[in-house]
Design a protein. Structure first.
Length: 211
């Protein structure tokens, strides 16, 4: 009987949420929001309101921006916990810039994050695979020194190649340093894999953070 009571309450709650969603849809207060409206907003506060609505609709870019609003206290009370909450939502929804920011926060602890190189590498991989140049560079460095991941000169060389495609000095320099440490066979293996990596991860048009 007790479990039945909980089940009824749960179903009632779901129905209430559904009714609210339908009302918002019909009124146009939520689902009609777009980034065009954000850009056309007449005030910063109006932009903030639109961003909140988009974030609630799981727009990963809006969630990232809202995280900054809470971080800096823009139009809301400054709240680091809520900032991190929205940052995680954005990253989990695939926004590359949020993924990179999480990686950086774990690598050089800030915003109440603890040092965790493995978590840093995990988020770097996610951002790097979306074409994020800084993430590709730092992932290459992590593979070079074996920080949070097993040391792998081949993967280091590959990711640094991707990162240096925009003539980034640090990535180019690191790539040459890694190459000096590699054997001829390792270079041959890496060169054979490079075309596939460039095809999959070097096209910025594939980046979800270009939404």
């Amino acid at each position: 009987m007790r479990h039945k009571h909980y089940a009824i309450n749960f179903i009632s709650l779901r129905i209430s949420k559904l009714c609210l969603f339908v009302l918002l849809f019909q009124s146009g207060n939520l689902l009609a929001v777009s980034w065009d409206e954000v850009y056309q907003a007449k005030s910063k506060y109006e932009k903030h309101v639109k961003i909140v609505q988009l974030a609630q609709l799981e727009d990963s870019r809006a969630q990232f921006v809202l995280s900054h609003h809470y971080r800096l206290g823009e139009h809301v009370q400054k709240d680091g916990n809520k900032a991190n909450e929205w940052l995680f939502k954005s990253a989990n929804n695939g926004y590359a810039e949020a993924e990179y920011m999480l990686a950086s926060s774990y690598n050089t602890p800030r915003y109440n994050f603890s040092l965790d190189y493995e978590q840093s590498v995990m988020w770097l991989k996610r951002a790097a695979k979306q074409g994020h140049l800084d993430a590709q560079y730092e992932l290459g460095e992590q593979y070079h020194v074996g920080l949070g991941v097993e040391r792998d000169l081949i993967l280091s060389y590959i990711w640094l190649n991707l990162a240096s495609r925009s003539n980034r000095f640090l990535a180019t320099r690191s790539r040459l340093m890694v190459k000096d440490e590699m054997t001829d066979q390792q270079i041959k293996t890496a060169d054979a894999q490079l075309p596939e990596y460039f095809k999959r991860y070097a096209d910025n048009n594939n980046m979800r953070n270009a939404q």
